[in-house]
Write a new protein. Structure first.
Length: 508
């Protein structure tokens, strides 16, 4: 039973397994059929999509091919056009080259013709010159000299006439006003005209004092000279000792020292040193007071103390016998008056005129001209540059750049050139007159020359049969220029040329 039951169970189990297998097999067959159908559909869709992509690629390839063919055609057309232009240009260049070659050939032919014509003209000119020389009995050089002489005379006459006309025009417009301004400035300022000179001779009571000044073995005179920096000249001049020194301040210190020693009577090295120190202090105080008083008198205030200290040395400085400090004051006044008349800067002109000779106080100690030295001192102590420029330009060593600088030049000439302002030795005076007359007599046609008015004017008498009126004016101008170039003199010198024609007849 049990075996039957087991067999029955196995049969049932096998039957269940077979039934399950059949069921699974049927299910698997259904799923496989569906997968095949889906795969067929996907394959069909893929073929359809592939055909569409191939079609699109063909269309795009065709479109690209068409555009490339169009672009290639356009480029071929452009290349053909460029090639045509190049061919035309090449043809034009060939034509131009041919034209240039023809022109060069023509130019060469013309040059040959011109050279031939030049040769013919030169030969004709030579023949003409030879014929002219034969007819005129003159060589070419002689004819040229005669022609140049005639032209020179004509040009000289014309130049003299034009110069005279210009001078008359300038005198008519400017002369009257200039004379009025200068006359007004000179008339408004009046100062002494006595020429000053530095005292260099010390009077002594007797000749016995000379021995005491010399001292034993010359020790006193050596002490004085060493302390003051001057030379004492003790000669046969009665009752006088001469003090010699280039520096006027040292000379004044020595003069005062010697005066004190002579008055005191005690002369020995110790006393000499004390006297020199006292004289130096007195002279410095005198110079300082004189500079301050001069600044007040000239109306130039607020100057640096060092400028006044240097300016005070001009108290003992002279130029052609004229005291430089008085000359500076006078120049400042005249410059201010002229500046006021013409509307220039009065303060600059006044200060420039007052300080224009500042460099003369130290020009023997510092290298350079007194105008440049004075300007350097002024700038060093903060004087206005416009004033310093007036100082450096008053002798035209620096070109004047302002009207005030020109005014200072004029005022300096007026102050130094007025009668009596300056003196000169008799020998120099006579030599100057002789030089003036010799310059005038050196010109052809001059009969006589006379220096008058203390050398301020030269009268030149010319021969009327040789010198005409235009030539007389030329001689006056040439003489004045030669005087300016060769002579040194204060102020100005007037040149007057006199030409006189006399007609004489006799009644019989």
């Amino acid at each position: 039973m049990l075996a039957i039951a087991v067999i029955v169970g196995l049969v049932g189990l096998l039957a269940g397994a077979g039934a399950g297998f059949m069921v699974r097999r049927r299910a698997e067959g259904t799923s496989l059929q569906q997968a095949e159908e889906r795969a067929s559909r996907i394959f069909a869709e893929a073929e359809t999509r592939q055909k569409e992509l191939l079609l699109e690629a063909k269309e795009e390839t065709l479109s690209l091919r068409n555009s490339l063919e169009a672009e290639l055609k356009e480029r071929r057309t452009e290349a053909a056009r460029i090639e045509q232009r190049l061919a035309q240009k090449e043809e034009n260049l060939d034509r131009k080259i041919e034209a240039l070659e023809r022109r060069e050939q023509s130019v060469r032919d013309r040059e040959a013709q011109i050279e031939q014509l030049r040769s013919e003209a030169e030969e004709l000119r030579h023949r003409q010159a030879t014929e002219l020389e034969r007819v005129a009995n003159l060589t070419v050089d002689e004819a040229r000299q005669q022609l140049l002489a005639a032209v020179e005379v004509e040009i000289r006459d014309e130049a003299s006439r034009r110069v005279r006309e210009i001078e008359k025009e300038v005198e008519a417009t400017a002369g009257q006003r200039a004379r009025k301004i200068l006359a007004t400035a000179i008339q408004r300022y009046t100062s002494e005209v006595t020429a000053e000179t530095t005292v260099s001779v010390v009077p002594i009571p007797s000749d016995d004092m000379k021995g005491r000044i010399i001292g034993r073995e010359g020790r006193n005179i050596r002490a004085i000279e060493a302390a003051t920096g001057v030379d004492l000249i003790i000669d046969d001049t009665p009752d006088a000792v001469t003090v010699s020194a280039f520096d006027p301040v040292r000379r004044e210190i020595a003069r005062q020292t010697l005066s004190m020693l002579v008055q005191d009577g005690r002369i020995h090295p110790t006393r000499i040193e004390e006297a020199v120190n006292k004289a130096r202090r007195d002279v410095e105080a005198t110079m300082q007071e004189a500079a301050e008083a001069a600044a007040v008198e000239a109306g130039v205030l607020n100057l640096h103390p060092e400028v006044l200290k240097v300016f005070g040395r001009l108290r003992y400085r002279t130029s052609y016998g004229q005291n430089v400090m008085r000359h500076s004051i006078e120049t400042g006044h005249i410059a201010a008056m002229i500046a006021r008349e013409i509307g220039a800067d009065v303060d600059v002109a006044r200060a420039g005129g007052f300080l224009h000779d500042l460099g003369k106080a130290v020009d023997h100690e510092v290298e350079g001209t007194h105008a440049i030295i004075g300007a350097d001192i002024a700038r060093r102590f903060k004087v206005r540059d416009a004033i310093a420029h007036c100082i450096e330009a008053h002798h035209e060593e620096v070109e004047p750049r302002s009207v005030e600088a020109v005014i200072v030049m004029m005022a300096d000439s007026i102050s130094g050139g007025r009668p009596g302002a300056r003196r000169e030795s008799l020998e120099a005076y006579i030599k100057r007159l002789e030089t003036l007359e010799s310059i005038a007599k050196s010109y052809k046609g001059v009969e006589a020359a006379f220096a008058i008015q203390a050398g301020r004017e030269i009268r030149v008498i010319v021969k009327p049969e040789i010198i005409d009126d235009l030539e007389a004016m030329r001689i006056a101008r040439d003489v004045s220029q030669k005087i300016e170039e060769t002579m040194e003199y204060p102020g100005q010198i007037k040149v007057t040329v006199v030409r006189e024609t006399r007609a004489t007849e006799y009644a019989r």
